[in-house]
Design a protein around this ligand. Sequence first.
Ligand code: SAM
Ligand code: SF4
Length: 428
Amino acid sequence: MNAHDSEKVVGTLVARGYEQVETPEDAHLVLYNTCSIRDKAEQKVFNRLQNFKREAGKGKVFGVLGCVAQQEGEKIFDRAPHVSLVAGSASYPRLSEMLVQLESGNRRVTGLNLDTDETFDTPLTRRDNPHRAYITIIEGCDKACSYCVVPFTRGPERSRTGESVLAEAGRVAAQGYTEIQLLGQNVNSYRDPSPAGWDFATLLARVAEVPGIRRVRYTTSHPRDFTKAIVDAMDANPVLCDHVHLPVQSGSNRLLAGMKRLYTREQYLQRIEWLKTARRPYALSTDIIVGFPGETDKDFQETLDLLDLVQYDSLFSFKYSPRPNTAAVGMADAIPEEEKARRLAIVQEKQRAIQIRRNAELIGTIREVLVEGRNAALGQWIGRTSDNRPLNFTHPDTQATDLAGRYLSVRVTRSGPNSLVGETATVV
Ligand code: SAM
Ligand code: SF4
C-alpha cells in the first residue's frame, strides 16, 4: 500500500512538472514515505533523515509523508528542523495544494487532518511495476485491533465508487497491464458508496471481467469480514488468483480477544474450511504476531498447532512492537525481547519445514506463470504462479530476450522453502 501511495505521489509531482531523478543526491526535493507499523521502521526514517542531511542534504527541501508523519505530526519539525513538509496519507488528496505552498517558499507545510471522507483517487499514478497494477479500493480502517497504529495513521474507512475502480481497471488494461492487485487495509469491508452499493465479492467479480485482465489479486483480508460470497466469486472466475492472504495473528482465543480481532479460532478455521473445500485449490498465507502482552507458553503452542492444522503456503511473522496511541501499549505482562525472538525463530522454523514439504509436492506439475523478468546471473526467467509462488525457469530459446509480461506453462523440476524452479513446458 505504501509503495502504491508513492506511485500516486510521484504521478502527482510529475504532472506538476517535477522530474524523477535516480538518487536523492541529484534531487532538490526529497520525500520520505514512511511506515510506523513497528518501531524499527519508524526509527529508520529518523536515522536516514539525519544521516542524509549531514552527508549530502545541503540546500535540499525535505518532506516526510505517510504514517510516521501522521503519528509524529509537527514534532518532526523539532526533531529534524530541515524538514519542510509533514503529511499523512489522508491528506494526499490535498497534495497539489501543499506543493504550491512549498514552492512558494513556505517552510512549515502540514497535512495532518484525519477527519476526511475523501480517497486519493488520482488518474496521475506513475506505476513502477510494468505488469502488475495496484489499485486502491478502500483507504483507512474502522477496526481497532489493540496492537495496531493504522486506524490512527490512516484514518477512517473510505471506499471508492465501484465505477471509479472499474474505470481505473479499464485504463490499466488499455495500457497493457494484465494483472491487477486491489489494495486496502481491509478490502473485505469494501462498500461502494454509490447507489449501486456493491460489496467486495461483487466488486471482485466485476473487476475480473474487465477485458484484457488475466489475473486479479487482493490484499488484505480481515477474517471477520471474509464472507463465503468471496470464495464463491473466486470459484466462479479463475481470473481471480488461487491465493488468499488471511491474517490470523494468533491461534489462541484468549489472545485474539486481547487483540480485539473480533473472531475466534473456530470462526477463523471455518473460513479456512470454505477455502479448503472450494472448487479449486487456493494457496493460503497469514500474518502472525508473537509476544503479544500476556502470551503464555500455552497460547503460543496454540499458534504453532494452528500452523500444523492449516498448513499455510507462506507466512509473515512479527515480534509484537508496542505502538503509541494503541490500547495494547499499556497492557501488563510484556514479553521480554529475547523471548519474543525465541518464539519468532520457532514459528519461522516450523513454517519453513511446512513450506519445504508443500513446495516439494509440486515437483512434476505444470503451472502457468506470468514472466516478471530475467535473472541473468542464474540464466533463469523469473515467473510467478497464480497461487503467488515464485517459479524461476529456463527456456529452450536461450537467445530469447522478450518473455517478460508473457504467460507461459512451466514444468516444476525443483523446489525450495520459498520458491520453485522449472523449465518451459512444451505444450502439445
Ligand atoms: N490490515 C491488515 C490486517 O488486518 O492484517 C494489515 C495490517 S499491518 C499493515 C500488517 C501486519 O503487521 C499485521 O497483520 C500484523 O501481523 C502486523 N502488525 C501490526 N501491528 C503490529 C505491531 N504493533 N507489532 C507487530 N506486528 C504488527
Ligand atoms: Fe490494523 Fe486491525 Fe485495521 Fe488491520 S484490521 S489495519 S491490523 S486495526
